[in-house]
Write a protein that binds this ligand. Structure first.
Ligand code: SF4
Length: 587
């Protein structure tokens, strides 16, 4: 229910890639290409969306645009899910596989991000890495993307590719500027994100014999690009060269790296891919103490025939294929896609192991009641429901709660009404936003749904799809009532067990005319009169305070903050106050 990093339904539509980019390890180890059948993808997406309530389907593969039925599949998925505002994204599109007709399908719900990966700045270097796109193709695609309504494109590049020269670095700058110039928006705001990473020559690729560029050289090359692309339209992001250095060590090293790995862990290395956690000094120390010469792994050229640390692992691809491809790279000769003819890489036996390409599929015919979409165009109903937010659900933030309810409604099969525009939002409105950590027995929200539906049905279906702690307790049909909700008062029970407080301070507070509290936030500090916010406050047991607050136009205070200020509770003890909202008065 809660928001995840990859917060979408990810469906692998094919495995393996036939393009043969020479830097790509996945393109080698997942050979041969095997496409999932379109019928299977549609069936899986229907079932998975029904049980998860996700709002986005991502069609994953190493090169989604190469999938044989990508256009009809995209159309079919959008026809089925667009009404429910489920978008479809294609995360790995090769520029030369993009058909502008897809843009209209993708943006039917909302425009998901658009990322293009030229990898190198010049046609020549792309020939070396066997990503045979031209700058002209990249610029033309960018024009189409901007013209179709996208305001921001992301471009991925690598520095330190074999055979890279200064001209190739300046080629990245030149290409990025030309792409940014294609943006339709005339506002002086960001239209292009350029992402740069230092190239790590991976095992099991034709570049495995190549050295990796040094750390200082990576910084220099990244800085050339940063300096060349200053300005409001383009933002340059880069992977920390330290991370690439470490990635290179473990991608290209052998079993001896076990010792520095354990040593670094013992010294405290954790979550090193997060820049704020990475401590390179600690890694360098560990390599030194284990007498590992890092330059041997990273910066030495190797030659075909030489024993390699990964030589005992077979990807199924023959050594001759790697050698041939390496030679072609050095001679700037491209190799064609193996869909157009087998290149004898050695993986397939053409019996059990062979490329599996989908064929003979046509989109299923729609039944008349499916095409009518009457549930989305007819009557709308509006409901006001009261629900709990207790147990683990009290740690769900207000924004996450909106996502949670949207997902729960999708799982019920009830159709929520969405706002119009580029980023449609479900039509929910909440009486108030509860602070994270506060439990409540009486949260209230309004929702609009399509179709005639009884309140009891909504409540029953919704409760069957809600997580622990969130439960609808009451629901009313408020169709036709345009007046929104306004909360006048909230009643809280505040558990203070284990917190040492001076009860006399309560009388002081009750008898004072005003009680100023500084409310701190990212937007600055504000003075708030807590006395005016409190309608009543009293002990209802030896360790429970009942607090009733007014809701006003101005800034408000969290109930725990009010209690904390009245009883001068140390900020680090505030989390020990157990807050339960037991009632709210609307009107
Ligand atoms: S053996 Fe031929 S068809 Fe199979 S993956 Fe290799 S190049 Fe492609």
């Amino acid at each position: 229910y809660a928001q995840l990093i990859h917060d979408r339904l990810t469906l692998e539509i094919s495995r393996g890639c036939t393009r043969g980019c020479r830097f790509c390890q996945a393109g080698i180890i997942y050979r041969p290409v095997r496409e999932r059948s379109p019928g299977n993808i549609i069936d899986l997406s229907n079932r998975a969306l029904e049980s998860t309530g996700f709002g986005e389907v991502s069609l994953l593969s190493l090169s989604s645009g190469d999938y044989s039925y990508i256009a009809p599949l995209l159309k079919e998925l959008m026809d089925t899910h667009a009404q429910k505002k489920v978008s479809v994204s294609l995360p790995s599109l090769r520029i030369d596989s993009i058909d502008p007709a897809w843009f209209d399908e993708i943006k039917r719900v909302r425009k998901t991000g658009f990322t293009l990966a030229p990898e190198a700045g010049t046609d020549r270097l792309r020939q070396v890495i066997n990503k045979t796109l031209t700058n002209e193709e990249i610029i033309n695609t960018a024009k189409e993307v901007y013209r179709a309504g996208w305001n921001l494109i992301k471009l991925y590049f690598m520095v330190g590719l074999p055979g890279e020269t200064e001209d190739d670095l300046y080629g990245i700058i030149d290409l990025a500027k030309k792409v940014a110039a294609c943006a339709v928006s005339k506002a002086r705001k960001e239209v292009l994100n350029v992402s740069v990473a230092a190239f790590v020559p991976k095992s099991h690729t034709p570049f495995m014999w190549e050295p990796q560029i040094g750390y200082e050289e990576s910084i220099r090359r990244i800085n050339v690009i940063r300096n060349g692309l200053r300005g409001p339209l383009i933002r340059v992001k880069w992977n920390q060269p330290e991370i690439s250095w470490l990635e290179g060590m473990f991608s290209r090293g052998d079993r001896r790296l076990l010792y520095p790995l354990i040593r670094a862990w013992k010294k405290g290395a954790r979550f090193d891919a997060w820049s704020e956690c990475l401590n390179m000094g600690l890694w360098k120390e560990s390599f030194m103490e284990c007498e590992i010469d890092t330059s041997l792994y990273l910066h030495c050229s190797r030659s075909p025939g030489e024993p390699l640390p990964w030589g005992h692992i077979s990807s199924g691809v023959a050594a001759e294929f790697f050698e041939r491809e390496y030679k072609n790279a050095l001679e700037e000769i491209s190799t064609h896609d193996c869909r157009k003819g087998c290149l004898a890489c050695g993986v397939c036996d053409f019996n059990e192991i062979r490329p599996r390409i989908s064929s003979d599929w046509s989109a299923p015919e729609k039944k008349s009641d499916e095409t009518a979409h009457h549930d989305y165009t007819g009557q709308k109903s509006r409901f006001r429901f009261t629900f709990t937010k207790t147990g683990p659900a009290r740690y769900i933030s207000h924004l996450e709660l909106i996502k949670l309810l949207t997902r729960a409604f999708r799982r019920t099969g009830l159709n929520i009404v969405y706002s119009e525009g580029f980023h449609p939002m479900p039509k929910f409105s909440f009486a108030c936003a509860l602070p994270v950590g506060t439990k409540s027995l009486c949260e209230t929200a309004d929702v609009e749904l399509y179709g005639p539906v009884l309140p009891e049905q909504v409540m029953e279906k919704l409760n069957s799809c809600l997580p622990e702690g969130v439960r609808v307790m009451d629901i009313q049909d408020i169709t036709g009532i345009s007046k929104g909700m306004a909360i006048r008062e909230s009643r809280y029970h505040m558990g203070i067990s284990g917190i040492d407080i001076d009860r006399e301070l309560l009388n002081e507070f009750i008898n004072t005319a005003s009680f100023e509290v500084i409310k701190r936030s990212g937007k600055g500090d504000k003075k708030v009169d807590a006395r005016k916010l409190v309608k009543s406050i009293s002990f209802i047991s030896h360790d429970t305070i009942e607090l009733v607050t007014h809701h006003t136009e101005g800034p408000e205070l969290k109930p725990a903050s009010i209690i904390g200020e009245i009883f001068r509770i140390a900020p680090e003890d505030l989390h020990r106050i157990k807050v339960l909202k037991v009632e709210q008065v609307t009107g």
